[in-house]
Design a protein around this ligand. Structure first.
Ligand code: CMC
Length: 434
């Protein structure tokens, strides 16, 4: 952090002395006012529910410029990365800060590949879940359970343990997601096959059966790999902040990532892609394109409780750059699979067209986010809607673990402990006769 020449002064209307706070500069983006000493000096807290104006940490991993619609991983624009890298390049970059050279790439790929299997007893653990359990419920359980199987990498003070845990999590997530899927289908689990790519291996674990192997379609593989790349990290979003807060207590990485998976599940976060596809399917079933105008009126009516899922973002006040890339991938996949006339894609394009011209959306700066098109791609690939958020969790694992590691590597890190404005009862006596 670099100290700025500027200082912030807080003054009070009751005549008490003003207080100065240091200001720090980042490489790009807003400066921060360091208010760590505020409470000690004033006996007051700041109040910022939803963290609208609060930076909770310093980070060098991902940068978003919401007004420009820009997303950088370690300084590289997402569109350039999506054009020229595969997901494991991105994992290496996010974890280590630089893109791998040829040898580093080979070593990293083989390291991840060698950790794809999970402890055999996890299969028995899986049997305890109902077949109709939501895959995110199963995944939260399975990821948390990893801490019961991999004790040898849970010393969080040891950088080597942290590295091994990171590799294990990245390598095993596809296996766990595929296990959750196979369990829901009542099909036998397919073991990883290490001569396939990270994404090809995942597709095979999802769609092969013991009686019929699965030939990986390159367009599908590339599309899913791009989905992974676009979801790999996204700064201090709700699930990443959850991982940091949970990890700040010193808990093991598997427990911290399980907390992130649980947070991601919500429809305002990772669950939005599932909710978005359900919205499109319902709209299609209830009249399709003809009814788009009527539906948009409902979206704009605050009393209807209906939102245009896949639209809007806390940080992006411009087109989400991931949505642009996802729309491109969507067209590619639909063409490759002969689904160019997919009605849901047409519906999505029409909703987007109307929204981008409608003053309600324009004034509020609501643009499509990554989830608007990712559901259509996943559906075309054959991934069931209920698994969409699990795919997101698989991809976001590298971001979570890198952010967790960054926090623990900082010698100044402390357990996270927000404060509150208490508005409950004052201290009172319990009535003697109850
Ligand atoms: N449809 C209709 N109106 C909306 C929408 C929407 N999708 N999103 C925001 N608004 C309105 C909202 O009603 C409010 O209007 P007003 O100022 O008149 O009260 C205004 O826009 C600001 O909305 P907000 O809820 O205060 O904004 P937020 O920053 O708290 O919420 C959001 C961001 C993503 C939760 C929200 O836009 C939303 O619910 N979107 C739909 C769900 C979704 O697609 N989520 C995925 C986010 S991207 C994936 C990820 O990173 O996890």
């Amino acid at each position: 952090m670099q100290l700025s020449d500027k200082k912030a002064t807080l003054s009070f209307s009751d005549g008490s002395a003003p207080i100065e706070f240091p200001v720090y500069k980042g490489t790009v983006g807003p400066d921060v006012i360091d208010i760590r000493k505020l409470y000690g000096q004033t006996d007051m807290f700041t109040y910022d529910p939803g963290f609208l104006s609060t930076a909770a940490c310093e980070s060098g991993i991902t940068y978003i410029d919401g007004d420009k619609g820009e997303l950088l991983y370690r300084g590289y624009p997402i569109d350039q990365l999506a054009q020229s890298c595969d997901f494991l390049d991105i994992c290496y970059l996010i974890l280590n800060g630089e893109l791998p050279d040829g040898n580093q790439k080979q070593e990293f790929d083989s390291l991840v590949t060698n950790h794809t299997m999970v402890h055999e007893q996890l299969r028995i653990f899986l049997q305890g879940f109902r077949r109709d359990a939501h895959p995110m419920a199963v995944l939260t359980g399975l990821v948390g359970a990893l801490s019961a199987f991999y004790h040898d990498s849970t010393d969080i003070t040891n950088p080597h343990h942290r590295h091994v845990s990171a590799i294990r999590l990245i390598a095993k997530m596809p296996t766990l997601v595929a296990m959750a899927y196979k369990h829901s289908q009542g099909q036998p689990f397919i073991y990883p096959k290490n001569d396939l790519s990270y994404t090809g291996n995942f597709l095979r674990m999802m769609f092969a059966t013991p009686c019929e192997d699965y030939k990986v379609n390159e367009v599908v593989e590339r599309a899913l790999d791009r989905i992974f790349i676009l979801h790999a990290d996204h700064e201090q979003n709700a699930s990443t902040s959850t991982v940091r807060l949970c990890g700040s207590s010193g808990t093991n990485p598997f427990a911290a990532i399980a907390a992130g998976v649980a947070c991601l599940w919500g429809p305002a976060h990772g669950g939005a892609n599932e909710a978005c596809l359900q919205m499109l399917e319902e709209l299609q079933a209830n009249g399709g394109i003809e009814k788009v105008g009527e539906f948009m009126e409902k979206v704009k009516d605050k009393n209807s409780g209906v939102r245009l899922m896949g639209f809007g973002h806390r940080v992006y006040k411009n087109y989400d750059p991931r949505a642009k890339l996802m729309q491109e991938t969507c067209k590619e996949v639909l063409a490759a699979l002969g689904l160019e006339n997919d009605p849901l894609f047409k519906l999505a394009m029409e909703l987007e067209r109307i929204a981008l011209e409608d003053p309600y959306f324009v004034q509020r700066k609501l643009y499509p986010n990554v989830d608007f098109y990712s559901g259509i791609v996943q559906r075309a690939i054959g991934i069931p809607t209920s698994l969409f958020t699990a795919i997101f969790a698989l991809a976001r694992t590298v971001g979570w673990i890198a952010q967790w590691n960054e926090m623990l590597s900082d010698p100044d890190y402390k357990i996270g402990r927000p404060r509150q404005l208490y508005t409950g009862q004052q201290s009172r006596e319990v009535p003697s006769k109850r």
